[in-house]
Design a protein around this ligand. Structure first.
Ligand code: DCP
Length: 359
């Protein structure tokens, strides 16, 4: 029971539970998830949809405004909704279900991405026993993006039964292993995560607000863009508050450092009372090992924040999300931070596409 670790995901491919025309590459497999690759065909649609009783292909026959190929790359424009084929297909046994989420790098770019399935009636949720294709709904909100066949925007977790920790189990784990470094962690339906507006470093950097009408971001280029071309830094002004402008996108950080011990995986979910006012984070999966091995200091969670219809004041220390933890079915063979991880030990970090000033 639990979330399948990397080694078990590899076995799913060997057992043809997970198939693709191009073989899986080793770096697609993360400690507790698999990165999904875009296929070649994309449709621009009028609006987002759920397939309900039909297949996605059937719905696209009615809803596609235009289809194009991603083989040599294509720009996805802001404000438009696209449905892209995903290369991976599933033939899940009855006890395995799956859940999808944007990769952290996708969420940090404000690219709204969800996975849909044939006959699906929920986004990002794949029923136990599902046999069929996967599709990604993609809608860039702030920056136009360049994607191609093989680009990875989403990730999927496989779940054998249910293994979510109760609040009592979380309280015990908080005591033993310090899930968040808060003096008195608030635990109710998960562990509370709050926003840090006190600022980091000498400059008291609080976060970044995305610029509008910028250039393109190629999702496959790492360290390629100057921060100042895409983001305005925000500094603490002593008020301990930040006014979120409606329609603007912000990257902020959590006050708590977060630890995900090796036998667990976590997911950040919205803090419900705030759902109507502003939206925090699109990317919620936290890998086993995240924040571990950082000398006990953990790593901050990144908060992707957007206000809805009215300006909204958030305050330093305000609770904005909850971390739910699930058991791993088995300890992953490698943990987050072992190799090639972009966000281990982070404080306030934009997506991997941006390079620090002057570098
Ligand atoms: N809102 C979020 C979501 C995730 N993370 C952290 C926890 C994850 O373990 C880590 C990496 O997440 P992904 O695997 O989604 O990120 P990428 O695949 O984009 O990056 P990497 O190349 O580092 O795996 O980022 C975070 O700090 N804040």
């Amino acid at each position: 029971m639990g979330i399948l670790p990397a080694q078990a995901i590899g076995e799913l491919a060997a057992a043809a539970v997970l198939t693709a025309d191009q073989p899986l590459t080793a770096d697609q497999i993360q400690p507790a998830s698999l990165d999904l690759r875009l296929g070649s065909s994309v449709a621009r649609v009028r609006a987002s949809f759920l397939p309900g009783a039909r297949s996605v292909a059937q719905r696209l026959e009615q809803l596609a405004l235009h289809r194009f190929n991603l083989a040599s790359g294509a720009v996805l424009e802001t404000g438009c909704v696209y449905i892209a084929e995903i290369q991976e297909r599933l033939a899940l046994p009855a006890r395995l279900s799956a859940a999808a989420n944007p990769k952290s790098s996708t969420g940090r770019l404000d690219v709204f991405t969800r996975v849909i399935t044939d006959q699906g009636d929920e986004f990002d949720a794949i029923d136990a026993g599902y046999h069929g294709p996967l599709y990604a709904e993609i809608s860039p909100r702030t920056f136009p993006i360049l994607v191609r066949t093989g680009s990875r925007l989403s990730q999927i977790r496989f779940r054998d039964g249910q293994s979510r920790l109760s609040d009592a189990e979380l309280a015990a784990l908080q005591k033993d292993l310090t899930l968040v470094d808060a003096a008195a962690a608030s635990i109710q339906d998960g562990v509370a995560v709050s926003v840090d507006l006190a600022g980091f470093g000498e400059q008291r950097l609080v976060g970044y607000r995305a610029k509008r009408f910028t250039g393109l971001v190629d999702v496959d280029r790492v360290g390629a863009y100057a921060i100042s071309d895409f983001w305005e830094p925000l500094h603490a002004d002593g008020s301990g508050a930040l006014v979120l402008d409606p329609g603007q996108f912000y990257i902020l950080a959590s006050k708590e450092a977060v630890n995900v011990p090796p036998d667990y995986a976590a997911e950040m979910v919205p803090f419900d009372p705030l759902v109507g006012e502003f939206r925090v984070h699109y990317a919620g999966f936290f890998d086993p090992g995240f924040g571990n091995g950082t000398g006990g200091t953990g790593a901050r969670a990144v908060l992707e924040v957007r206000s809805r219809d009215v300006p909204f004041i958030i305050e330093d220390g305000q609770i904005v999300g909850r971390l739910v933890y699930e058991r791993m079915a088995e300890r992953p063979a490698s943990l987050y931070g072992d190799a090639g991880s972009n966000y281990q030990g982070q404080t306030l970090k934009l997506s991997k596409h941006f390079r620090a000033q002057g570098t």
